[in-house]
Design a protein around this ligand. Structure first.
Ligand SMILES: C/C(=C\C(=O)O)CCOP(=O)(O)O
Length: 135
């Protein structure tokens, strides 16, 4: 299955899908040292973002979230790729400064078609972006 979107940060990455139907708070909600989701009652609590193709609607919370993405990247525990439904500045800036391939604008209904844990590849160029799901 291929899901089209809009480019945020160029690059190609492959990994397991980590899917959230809920927004993610990076500052305070994700441990930048380990990439673990620590926000109480978040559906991904206890999951680590490291190396995953992270798919979620959009972020929420502080603008400092961009630097949480950068801190994870500097420690080598950032998501391999980031895919969102709605563009937001925290994710856009965070992925650009961290060099994380990222796309946005996927159809919200697509979230229901993605199997969590499936292998996926994100391919983002200057003018195209797609998420390819292998399973
Ligand atoms: C720059 C900020 C905090 C800091 O330096 O630690 C303020 C961030 O403002 P938000 O309203 O949380 O985006």
């Amino acid at each position: 299955m291929r899901i089209a979107g809009r480019p945020v940060s160029e690059g190609v990455a492959r990994g397991q899908v980590l899917l959230s139907r809920e927004p993610i708070t990076f500052f305070g909600g994700v441990d930048p040292k380990t990439s673990e989701v620590v926000e109480p009652s978040h559906p991904l609590k206890g999951e680590k973002l490291a190396g995953k193709i992270l798919v979620f609607p959009h972020s929420k919370g502080s603008t400092v979230g961009s630097y949480v993405l950068l801190r994870m990247a500097k420690r080598g525990v950032a998501p391999a790729g980031v895919v969102t439904v709605r563009p937001d500045e925290v994710v856009i800036i965070g992925c650009i400064i961290s060099g994380i391939p990222s796309m946005t604008g996927i159809d919200e209904a697509s979230l229901g078609k993605i199997r969590p844990g499936s292998l996926a590849e994100i391919r983002v160029g200057r003018s195209h972006a797609e998420l390819v799901l292998y399973e």
